[in-house]
Design a protein around this ligand. Sequence first.
Ligand SMILES: NC(=O)c1ccc[n+]([C@@H]2O[C@H](COP(=O)([O-])OP(=O)(O)OC[C@H]3O[C@@H](n4cnc5c(N)ncnc54)[C@H](OP(=O)(O)O)[C@@H]3O)[C@@H](O)[C@H]2O)c1
Length: 324
Amino acid sequence: MQNKSHQTMRAVAIDEFGGIEKMKPRKLPVPEVAGDEILVRVDTAGVGVWDPFEREGGFAKEYGMKANFPHVLGTDGAGTVEEVGDEVHNLKRGDRVYGINLMNPKGGFYAEYTVIKANNAAMIPQALSTRDAGVLAVDGVTALDGLDKTLKLKAGESILILGASGGIGHLAVQLAKRMRARVLAVASGQDGVAFVKRLGADKVIDGRQEDILKAAHEFAPKGLDAVLLTAGGKAAEQAIAALREGGRAAYPNGVEDVPQAHDGVKVMNYNAEPDPRTFAKLNELIDGGPFEVHIARTFKLEDAAEAQRALENHYVGKLALVLN
Ligand SMILES: NC(=O)c1ccc[n+]([C@@H]2O[C@H](COP(=O)([O-])OP(=O)(O)OC[C@H]3O[C@@H](n4cnc5c(N)ncnc54)[C@H](OP(=O)(O)O)[C@@H]3O)[C@@H](O)[C@H]2O)c1
């Protein structure tokens, strides 16, 4: 097998933390693979709403990590395995994989190649293209960890998903339906409502225009069993207020206007924790029938700064960088 480690690759990196102007297209060495890692030829990189936080040094500070500059940005993506470390037995060269690379000193997904711990990657579900899987890893694991590990959602329960047309939300709607819950989806805008209607939610409303509390009471007159919040503020407060006594709310850390505790219900925060079992469960649920991972807009690698700027605008699903 030809070893890539002495070759260079196109990447978008920063030499120090800061604003969008720090992002520069570069030629950098292809990272070397350790025993528990895989080298991936990147097809698609997700552009997450948290990527500016990475660029500004937020994750480095939060996790007490020292960045290895030039730091290649990008926390998730998908592609094809190019090399595997000696200790990796579940993946092989040529496999289509998706995965998570948060503040890896060897760099992230805004590059032609990236190195990932094998445990942070998984085979792409058969139903999905490599392109679509490029925006799945972080939001898919976050959606599933919210529904399954945090809310412990059961078949037959009612759940409100706030931000249902967003990255986590559109995946959570479909996963919750696969888990046989009743789903009230709160999307953003007319385009968000039209998009989420085709994802199988039992009821979809526009959370920017409609009364969330009223819709929730109509949907679950005795109160909702659970809510998953991917946005905060007044809409989140209304969703929590629609819970039944003993109901559960969950939000991933990072949601702004942090949801507050309320008497009589549980409000839980959590972080996505990628591991092989979670990826296996996510893949199993996705492969249970048609599943849509939606990319609203793609950008070339060299236009990564423009992609991060576009995060500020309204869109449904996710943004992505395409490498070829
Ligand atoms: N801790 C973790 O492990 C973890 C992992 C992943 C993500 N996160 C965090 O989770 C949050 C969500 O991530 P994401 O990728 O899903 O982001 P996203 O794609 O921006 O999704 C949030 C969605 O909420 C919508 N929204 C806002 N207010 C609304 C309202 N009143 N009614 C209906 N919809 C509304 C937004 O619509 P507009 O387009 O109109 O704004 C957007 O579609 C972010 O804060 C992110 O940092 C945390």
